[in-house]
Design a protein around this ligand. Structure first.
Ligand SMILES: NC(=O)C1=CN([C@@H]2O[C@H](COP(=O)(O)OP(=O)(O)OC[C@H]3O[C@@H](n4cnc5c(N)ncnc54)[C@H](O)[C@@H]3O)[C@@H](O)[C@H]2O)C=CC1
Ligand SMILES: O=C(O)C1=N[C@H](C(=O)O)C[C@H](O)C1
Length: 268
């Protein structure tokens, strides 16, 4: 098995201004929709050096052999845990965008990190700045509205439903509702077809749409007597995730242990 070695950074292996050394970065899922975009973004960043691109069938060891200090993972929920384990074992920081993390998997990653106090892993369901802000706004607004439901809308090739972002948003909203002492959202409906009312995430209904032409979108709908508030975020292009990914790559070395979401890196 082989790993594609990255083309040399156009600025060479040291920072052009003679400043801090470049951060060597490996990309897992490098031929996927997100991985392709990450490869371009890392390659274009003057302070980063793309040292390895790995996709299914390639040899993961080459990420370590290439000297990657940070790995970016946009692969699949069924393989990401093995990738994180490998990186932690090899003292490589991880920036993980792959979805599918529940509390049990997060606890497992945290346990793997315990004997590695210098290694950092950030797992973020969404690197879009607007999406992160939407989650925060929803969390803030939730306590004022008796009803909240979430609609996530994505391209039809998405592997999972509901989206990782929707699940995290629902959990944040549910926690805010609990903290405010709100009862369950009013709902007298009896489903005549299973699934008609969406998935139940800690009492928040989450609906998933898969539609040709979409990229990644989410609406949080909140209702009170005589009014509604709709928060909506749209990623029209995967370039929207790159500022958040690059920020995480630059920050993770300063944040050992497990970080969930990039809110802290944004000062939120
Ligand atoms: N956190 C965020 O901001 C975002 C997260 N995502 C998530 O990222 C993941 C990937 O999404 P897409 O790029 O759209 O999927 P994709 O299917 O286009 O790409 C996944 C890539 O991973 C590769 N792969 C599979 N097994 C592998 C392995 N063991 N090692 C290395 N590569 C492997 C596949 O061959 C494929 O090229 C999904 O979980 C998606 O939900 C997507 C967009 C934004
Ligand atoms: O698969 C995608 O495309 C996306 N996945 C993430 C998720 O599941 O939340 C982030 C974004 O919605 C795009």
């Amino acid at each position: 098995m082989t790993t594609s070695s990255a083309a040399p950074d156009q600025h060479g292996s040291t920072a052009p201004t003679g400043g801090a050394p470049l951060i060597p970065v490996g990309v897992l899922g490098a031929r996927g929709r997100m991985g392709t975009e990450v490869v371009k973004a890392v390659h274009a960043a003057e302070d980063l050096e793309l040292v390895a691109m790995v996709d299914a069938g390639d040899w993961l060891f080459d990420v370590a052999n290439a000297g990657a200090q940070v790995v970016v993972d946009f692969t699949r929920p069924d393989v990401v845990m093995d990738n994180i384990r490998f990186c932690i074992d090899n003292n490589i920081h991880c920036v993980v965008g792959t979805t599918g993390f529940d509390d049990e998997k997060l606890a497992t990653v945290a346990a793997w990190l315990e004997p590695k106090p210098d290694v950092g892993v950030v797992i973020a369901p969404n690197f879009g700045i607007g999406a992160v802000l939407l989650m925060r706004f929803a969390q803030e607004a939730a306590r004022f509205f008796p009803s909240t439901e979430i609609v996530e809308l994505h391209h039809p090739n998405k592997v999972d439903a509901p989206s990782g972002t929707a699940v995290r948003t629902a959990r944040l909203v549910a926690a805010a509702r609990r903290a405010a002492g709100l009862p369950a959202s009013p709902d007298a409906t009896t489903d005549s077809l299973p699934g008609a009312r969406g998935a139940d995430v800690e009492g928040v209904a989450v609906h998933a749409v898969r539609l040709t032409g979409l990229v990644a979108h989410q609406e949080v709908l909140m209702g009170a007597a005589g009014e509604t508030l709709t928060l909506r975020h749209d990623s029209y292009d995967r370039a929207s995730f790159m500022p958040g990914v690059l920020l995480a790559v630059r920050e993770i070395g300063r944040h050992p242990g497990l970080t969930v979401g990039i809110e802290g890196f944004l000062g939120l």
